[in-house]
Design a binder for this molecule. Structure first.
Ligand code: BGC
Length: 517
């Protein structure tokens, strides 16, 4: 068998057919329903107590922080009230050892310090004025809410939300593992460290990044159609959507706040779809997925996420490539006379190659390879050398790698379509269409009234070439959506969604009549 044939055979293990997609959607809807009714289900369907989406007229200056992936971001957001905003932000990589620290305090004090640095750098006048006031105040005196920066805390892990700024951590995901924090109120953990530094900041809202994305997209999205779904396809994956309040039947047995606005008849629900089908009834599986899961910090959990999101695609690819190189008769990276360079040379894999290290391949590698249309796949071969220490890879090697990359990326996007399609169908959005503008429809144009708006964010949708097109292809294959329905779906990037969204929720939390500074 030629190298390319071998690669195609492995790639075929990642096929996810139209029939699989439809089966996936049905089961997804079933698990969504189940999650709305009871606690402790595979998909958590967490009520967020956010009962409306913004319309673009909101105003004020807010702080937001974002913990949930590779970086910690601190930003201040000025909402201008005309669907636009300005944002100042700083970003630091989270030290790896803090992700698995012994004590929660180690991580949260690091976060508070970043907030302090940000305030000193970007809002020093305000910061200094507070310091002066603090010194003049008696120890028993406290700042009033009006004197504090209201902060929206985007915390992108599954949290049992008890109120707008109160929620206990259910479990860590995406490689974080600090046992001490599980079950604790993460807002309290952060507030404690903020107070220890005497910062003029109140943690006013706790927000999942998907909820932030949904809010931000609603604030900025064109037209009057409210956004249905906020989805993250980045290091992790998840979605939050607008659900009818009376369908969230578990609210009556939920140990959460009862103090929320019920008049809208809606509530945003954080699906935590990363854990869709942990029981593996319909999810596709390959030996590489199985091994990845077994050696992860949370085996048996986040099974959907482990097939979809950025943190895992590189690792799936690494395991598939490694398996091919370990096959005696397979020629991957073994060319003794590789003619890809002007000089003929032997392909070598460095002893300390990232190919041999768990998590050794980053998703950006997949994006680069997927995009590569250079002659003789020069870019892929260069990247193999730079990132994986594979020198003098042949054109056939590059083709084989490309074949695997495309298969893994495509499966991820088609699974993403299952989640998006299921939310659209379960909320009855496809039946919602009004008669609308007949002329436009006859012209095969979608009219604004019938648009189903979806806000997305994350490195995969943003940078993986063709990701949205793969999603759309699969949406067209879904019974009940089809060609016509897919056209109604508008997918837009909600850039900085988690920052702006958190600010918007901090605003709602502080109530609209008391705008931020
Ligand atoms: C977390 C979600 C989060 C998603 C995207 C998942 O691992 O469980 O809460 O929304 O990643 O960041």
């Amino acid at each position: 068998m030629s190298l390319l044939e071998e690669a195609r055979q492995v790639a075929a293990e990642f096929d996810y057919t139209a029939q699989d997609v439809n089966k996936g959607v049905k089961e997804f809807i079933r698990q969504m329903d189940e999650g709305l009714q009871k606690n402790g289900t595979s998909m958590s369907q967490i009520p967020t107590y956010v009962t409306s989406v913004p319309n673009g007229t909101e105003k004020g200056l807010y702080l937001a922080v974002d913990l949930g992936g590779t970086n910690f971001r601190v930003c201040s957001i000025q909402l201008h009230g005309n669907t636009t905003f300005s944002l100042t932000q700083s970003k630091v990589a989270i030290p790896r050892d803090l992700m698995t620290a012994k004590k929660a305090q180690e991580l949260f004090s690091f976060l508070a310090k970043q907030i302090e640095t940000f305030l000193k750098t970007h809002h020093n006048d305000h910061f200094e004025a507070h310091h002066e006031r603090r010194k003049a105040m008696s120890p028993s005196e406290n700042f009033t809410d009006d004197e504090l920066f209201q902060l929206g805390f985007t915390f992108s892990f599954p949290v049992h939300q008890i109120g707008i700024n109160k929620g206990t951590l259910i479990r860590w995901t995406k490689g974080f593992d600090i046992e001490d924090a599980v079950g604790k109120d993460v807002c309290e953990l952060l507030q404690k460290e903020i107070d220890a530094l005497h910062l003029p900041v109140k943690v006013a809202a706790l927000v999942n990044d998907t909820v932030g994305t949904l809010m931000a997209r609603s604030y900025t999205s064109p037209g009057k159609t409210g956004t249905l779904l906020g989805g993250i396809f980045g290091t992790g994956t998840n979605g939050a959507y607008v659900e009818k309040l009376d369908r969230v039947t578990k609210l009556s047995t939920f140990s959460g706040s009862t103090d929320y606005d019920k008049s809208t008849g809606h509530m945003i629900v954080n699906t935590e779809w990363g854990s869709f089908d942990n029981q593996m009834t319909v999810l596709p599986n390959t030996p590489y997925d199985t091994a990845l899961d077994a050696e992860s910090v949370n085996p048996g959990i986040q099974m959907f996420e482990k097939r979809v999101s950025g943190m895992f695609l590189g690792e799936i690819l690494r395991r598939a490539l490694l398996a091919l190189t370990q096959k005696k008769e397979c020629q991957l990276f073994k060319d003794e006379n590789s003619s890809s360079n002007d000089i003929h040379s032997t392909t070598t894999i460095a002893e300390d190659s990232m190919l041999y290290k768990q998590w050794g391949i980053d998703t950006s590698f997949l994006s680069i390879v997927q995009e590569d249309a250079s002659a003789g796949y020069r870019i892929t071969r260069q990247t193999l050398s730079r990132d994986l220490g594979v020198d003098a890879a042949s054109i056939e090697d590059a083709e084989a790698v490309k074949t695997l990359v495309a298969a893994i990326g495509k499966r991820s996007a088609r699974l993403s379509a299952v989640a998006i399609g299921a939310v659209i169908l379960s909320t009855g959005k496809m039946d919602d269409s009004t008669q609308g503008n007949i002329a436009k429809q006859e012209n095969n144009e979608v009219d604004e009234e019938n648009v189903i708006d979806i806000g997305v964010d994350g490195s995969l949708v943003e940078y993986y070439p063709g990701f949205e097109e793969y999603i759309r292809e699969a949406l067209r294959e879904i019974e009940g959506i089809g060609e016509k329905g897919e056209k109604r779906v508008r997918i837009g990037i909600a850039k900085d969604g988690s920052g702006v969204g958190a600010a918007l929720i901090a605003l709602v939390a502080g109530s609209a009549e008391k705008p931020g500074r």
